[in-house]
Unconditional design. Structure first.
Length: 384
């Protein structure tokens, strides 16, 4: 986890977050007499239903406090000009651009893979369906590095574009707005409950006229997740193996905070997280000495970044070899499963499939409880 948990955020297109200046009356009028659509876990967006359209409010798009972004999604083209919306789209859209690999599985699961026409750095995509489209020249590469090629996006003229952002003050959002391209911000990474992140598939489903299908997919993921959680819920504390996570970068150990997405999954899988006193929803920065005092005898080490073997780890930093989990060869990574061009499967499917992550973790920590499950995301590191 650690610094590598930021991987997805660095491959996205960091477009400008421009808070549109419309008066409060216009913004409040958007929600007038609309019925709220209940969500189960997601905290960062809300859905309201009107006649022939929906309103989506994204209230947690990034870490800084901001005015909610409001998007109108029509079943058909709006009959009159709409004021106060940050973007207006038609749910029958067929040409879209995405900028984060975590959104790729949404299209595949919803049967809308053919809608993707542009993405930055195509090598990062692992989906077999999308790789076929890429090989056929049906998806434009929008460029590598921190910024997608704006000229290419404008040239494509997508029906809409979905971005993720950490909330930087950038400058490109207005360019796309003037080009008539609606840009919608997906804040799934702000959710800390694993099912909260998965529930953002409903946001994508609504944009594509597939809300019912997205809801059914999420319901199945939720059921699988709860079934896996129930396997370990009653395990007493003294029977829960201790778990170390994270790795060092420039002498700083990066690990998930105790309230973070990754930590929650470890604990719900029946593990005892060694950094439970380290509060926070993101990564925490620790000294090697502190980690050694807390985790020297940890039973498992889960989330060992992108090392390919134990020898690779100790060759990079011999201090790793001091931990009992390393000596006992109980070190697992989530970066070994890759697509044809090197994209990491965990970083693509993990947000929408926390049920599979949880099953993997149960398999690692309590294998007798899921005897027929084979690891999907995680890999045990060998010694060579």
């Amino acid at each position: 986890m650690g610094k590598f948990s930021l991987y997805i955020l660095f491959i996205i297109c960091p477009l400008t977050v421009l808070l549109f200046s419309c008066n409060m009356r216009e913004r409040e009028s958007l929600r007038h007499d609309l019925d709220p659509v209940p969500l189960g876990y997601a905290q960062g967006f809300r859905i309201f239903e009107g006649e022939g359209y929906h309103l989506v409010e994204v209230s947690q798009a990034f870490q800084k406090k901001h005015t909610p972004f409001r998007y109108l999604i029509f079943d058909d083209s709006p009959s009159e000009k709409q004021e106060g919306a940050d973007a207006i789209v038609n749910s029958s859209s067929e040409r879209i651009v995405l900028t984060a690999t975590t959104h790729i599985p949404h299209l595949d699961l919803l049967g809308k893979s053919n809608c993707l026409i542009g993405f930055p750095n195509l090598d990062l995509i692992s989906s077999d369906i999308m790789r076929e489209r890429i090989d056929a020249g049906k998806i434009m590469d929008l460029g590598k590095g921190p910024q997608a090629n704006l000229e290419k996006i404008v040239e494509l003229q997508p029906d809409w574009m979905m971005v993720s952002t950490m909330g930087e003050d950038l400058t490109h959002f207005e360019v796309l707005k003037k080009a008539g391209i609606p840009v919608l911000i997906n804040g799934e990474y702000m959710e800390q409950h694993p099912l909260g992140r998965a529930e953002w598939i409903k946001f994508t489903g609504l944009l594509l006229g597939k809300f019912a299908e997205a809801s059914a997919i999420f319901d199945e993921i939720e059921k699988n997740y709860m079934d896996a959680q129930n396997l370990t819920a009653k395990i007493p504390s003294d029977e829960r193996p201790t778990v170390l996570s994270g790795t060092m970068y420039k002498d700083i150990w990066y690990a998930p905070g105790n309230e973070s997405w990754g930590s929650i999954l470890l604990k719900e899988a029946g593990g005892k997280y060694v950094f439970e006193e380290e509060k926070g929803t993101g990564s925490v920065q620790l000294s090697y000495e502190h980690v050694l005092s807390k985790a020297l005898d940890a039973d498992f080490w889960i989330g060992a970044a992108d090392y390919s073997s134990l020898r690779h780890m100790s060759g990079t930093d011999k201090r790793y070899a001091a931990f009992q989990a390393f000596k006992n060869k109980r070190v697992y990574t989530y970066t070994q499963k890759k697509g044809a061009t090197g994209g990491i499967l965990y970083f693509e499917e993990g947000y929408v499939r926390p049920d599979l992550i949880l099953l993997d973790l149960v398999k690692i920590l309590h294998p007798e409880r899921v005897p027929n499950h084979s690891l999907y995301f995680y890999t045990l590191l060998n010694g060579s």
